[in-house]
Design a binder for this molecule. Sequence first.
Ligand SMILES: Nc1ncnc2c1ncn2[C@@H]1O[C@H](COP(=O)(O)OP(=O)(O)OP(=O)(O)O)[C@@H](O)[C@H]1O
Ligand SMILES: [Mg+2]
Length: 347
Amino acid sequence: MANLTKPTQLLGQSTYFSQMLEQISLLAPLNKPVLIIGERGTGKELVAERLHFLSTRWHGPLVKLNCAAINDNLLESELFGHEIGSFSGASKKHTGRFARAEGGSLFLDELANTSNLVQEKLLRVVEYGEYETVGGQKTLTSDARLIAATNEDLPKLVEQKRFRADLLDRLAFDVITIPPLRYRREDILLLAEHFAIRMAGELQLDYFAGFSEKARQTLLEYSWPGNVRELKNVVERSLYRQQDPESELQHIVFDPFDSPFRPAQSIQMSEKPPESQNNDLNSDIQAYNWPIDFSQLSAEYEIEMIKAALKQSRYNQKQTAELLRVSYHQLRGYLKKYKLLDSLKHD
Ligand SMILES: Nc1ncnc2c1ncn2[C@@H]1O[C@H](COP(=O)(O)OP(=O)(O)OP(=O)(O)O)[C@@H](O)[C@H]1O
Ligand SMILES: [Mg+2]
């Protein structure tokens, strides 16, 4: 059966990424199980696709199953299939994923979340290529190559007795560990441009005008805990929110929840009634040791207010200006005057 799904291109040119591609090319043609380990959003599914399409099984099916998405009983019948009447609700015979992946590859995502029973059955298929359907008497043989993925540290789960050591041994003929984006900064701008150009097409813009120098720096300096998926979202969000699509993209929107109207923040702001703020000010004034250094104290007060507003707005300058009811340009003036520009690097 020809597999017509076209794999999405895996982009990257950093050393770590190229080494990983090299390992995939070597591993793909071997008829052995593979384990893919990577933080969320690093591209585990794309790596699995590449392994399949570079293998001799590329013309066979690539069947995918997310083990965390269904409960243990259903997972067993989803993997191995079931017979009519094997449990209440089993009114029809069900072909399992192993059977559907015959001659091709079976990608099991989030493998760490499987029960001991499922792991035991998996062990047997990996070791002997044999299994039974749920409620079935006959032993079936499987010729599907297993590609498993997880973002957990499986050897540690084995130590904690949460994952079977024997299954890990069989699965881990070799392991592909995908480097997180923060360890391959050379890939950030390449991926960002790629996602921006695709998004510009989706927004029906004539072209993507590129990132400003500052936006580029911002993208490069961020730590990307959600890896490529997060980068894709951030770039797409920043582009669609951009007011003038013909000019360079300046403002990178990391956090879609970032708003002065976030519920927890408005509670904080209304905690102190205005009178008590005045009372505090009065008591402060009474505590002054006259005469005072008016310029020095005013400057300190302004710095304190600006720092508090920056923190409140999570270092978003536009919102900081709004919180202080000054214009963006005035805020920039204050930041320069008080040498606070460095504090913006905080995240
Ligand atoms: N190197 C890459 N080149 C192009 N796109 C990529 C690359 N890596 C990841 N992506 C894209 O990033 C997104 C996340 O990738 P994928 O779903 O494979 O991640 P994952 O590791 O399976 O994440 P999770 O653990 O959260 O399921 C997808 O849209 C994918 O197309
Ligand atoms: Mg995934």
